[in-house]
Design a protein around this ligand. Structure first.
Ligand SMILES: Nc1ncnc2c1ncn2[C@@H]1O[C@H](COP(=O)(O)OP(=O)(O)OP(=O)(O)O)[C@@H](O)[C@H]1O
Ligand SMILES: [Mg+2]
Length: 386
């Protein structure tokens, strides 16, 4: 502990040397460390926890007084890559970073973790580790990729609507005429043309939603939207599936477009139901959750690039199905990516576009038995923000 505080104090002092502030005015190093929003732990030579800040207590789900009685082996299996990293640090490496680690121990199960480790010169054998959940960081990356993918089909959608719909209705009309004038035996072909024309028309109609049309934003009660979607689902594609809700009744309204938010949630619930139905799970369940959550801010999609929007409203659609197939995962929000025989792969591309237009963010977490799509949405801006 004292070595850590010394190290932090030294770093802080080196910054201060460039911005002279009397060092007596600096907060104690331990105070700074405890307040850091990233998880920091220190392991002694025999891998016992000698320090954990409060972010680390939260990250590990164990309080420091308990951790102080434990060592790394108590929370991780011995083949965990973290042991290798800690040993490399003790045998010469001064600093190592590793990404996308999975922890699957008796007390700690997490995936997508980034760890940075460093040795402490003042305290040989001790190792300082900074642990971070990289799923948020990665989903931000993907979100940006999804925005771009959605944008590129925006232009295509407009062209398709223009250039395909008119000739298509001509083809369909001609096929219908043929249908009525040919003999019973020859009718199969014009019917095929008509059906295929209808299929293309339905696809183009769906793509058209991607077109850049101005939408009006208003204060939307997201619970009403969720209940509407649930009713639609229950009376249609999800009639065999159980729904449960966990709503925060005091949640303020979302700043958004009601019809678009219905589309988003309908697509997420439809995907959840599809996956449950396809897996034939007897206990298939979709859970709808709303929460208020501080702290997530993102660049505003429309206004000047420097402005940031708060995204305190969290809406989650969770299912207990088999999870997103591994090969789909990296391309989840791209158009035409689907694992379903008759899927168009447009649902999540549309979801990504609408949420991006709202200035929001989507996160995905999926493993067998639990898949979650989390929407972070803006609320009505307060007067003093405008
Ligand atoms: N809750 C989920 N559980 C498992 N897999 C999912 C889930 N949600 C999405 N997926 C996977 O992501 C793919 C893409 O979803 P998306 O909604 O974009 O297209 P789709 O459902 O296949 O077709 P469409 O929505 O256009 O009818 C799905 O085919 C499926 O493989
Ligand atoms: Mg879908």
């Amino acid at each position: 502990m004292s070595a850590v505080t010394k190290a932090v104090r030294r770093t802080v002092l080196s910054v201060v040397r460039r911005n002279p502030v009397p060092s007596s005015q600096l907060p104690e190093a331990a105070t700074i460390l405890s307040a850091l929003p990233v998880a920091v732990v220190v392991l002694s030579e025999d891998n016992r926890f000698t320090f954990a800040n409060s972010a680390a207590e939260q990250f590990l789900g164990i309080s420091f007084p308990q951790l102080a009685q434990m060592s790394l082996d108590d929370i991780l299996p011995e083949d965990s890559p973290l042991f290798l990293m800690v040993n490399q640090l003790r045998t010469g490496a001064s600093s190592i970073a590793d990404h996308d680690l999975s922890f699957d121990g008796p007390r700690l199960r997490k995936v997508g973790i980034s760890v940075q480790g460093t040795t402490l010169a003042e305290d040989p054998g001790s190792v300082l580790l900074v642990l971070q959940d990289s799923t948020t960081v990665r989903s931000l990356d993907r979100q940006i990729a999804a925005r771009n993918a959605a944008r590129s089909i925006t232009g295509m959608a407009a062209i398709l609507a223009h250039e395909i719909k008119n000739p298509l209705s001509g083809i369909r009309g001609a096929a219908q005429l043929l249908e009525s004038s040919v003999s019973e035996n020859d009718r199969e072909l014009p019917v095929l043309i008509r059906d295929e024309a209808d299929r293309i028309r339905a696809l183009v109609d769906r793509m058209e939603i991607f077109g850049e049309k101005p939408v009006t934003m208003e204060a939307v009660n997201i619970h009403r939207v969720l209940e509407h979607v649930r009713r639609l689902a229950r009376s249609g594609f999800a009639d065999t599936i159980r729904f449960s809700e966990s709503y925060d009744p005091s949640l303020p309204p979302v700043w958004g477009n009601r019809d678009q938010l219905v589309q988003v949630l309908l697509n997420l619930v439809k995907n959840a139901a599809d996956s449950l139905v396809a897996s034939g799970a007897a206990e298939g369940e979709v859970t709808l959750i709303t929460r208020y959550q501080h702290g997530l801010r993102l660049a505003s999609p429309t206004a000047d690039p420097d402005s940031r929007v708060d995204l305190p409203l969290l809406v989650t659609v969770r299912d207990n199905g088999p999870g997103i197939p591994d090969d789909i995962r990296p391309h989840l929000f791209e158009p035409f990516v689907s694992s379903k025989p008759s899927g168009q792969g447009l649902g999540l591309a549309l979801v990504a576009k609408i949420i991006a237009d709202h200035g929001g963010l989507i996160e995905v977490e999926s493993r067998p038995g639990r898949t979650e799509f989390r929407l972070h949405l803006p609320m009505l801006a307060e007067e003093d923000d405008q």
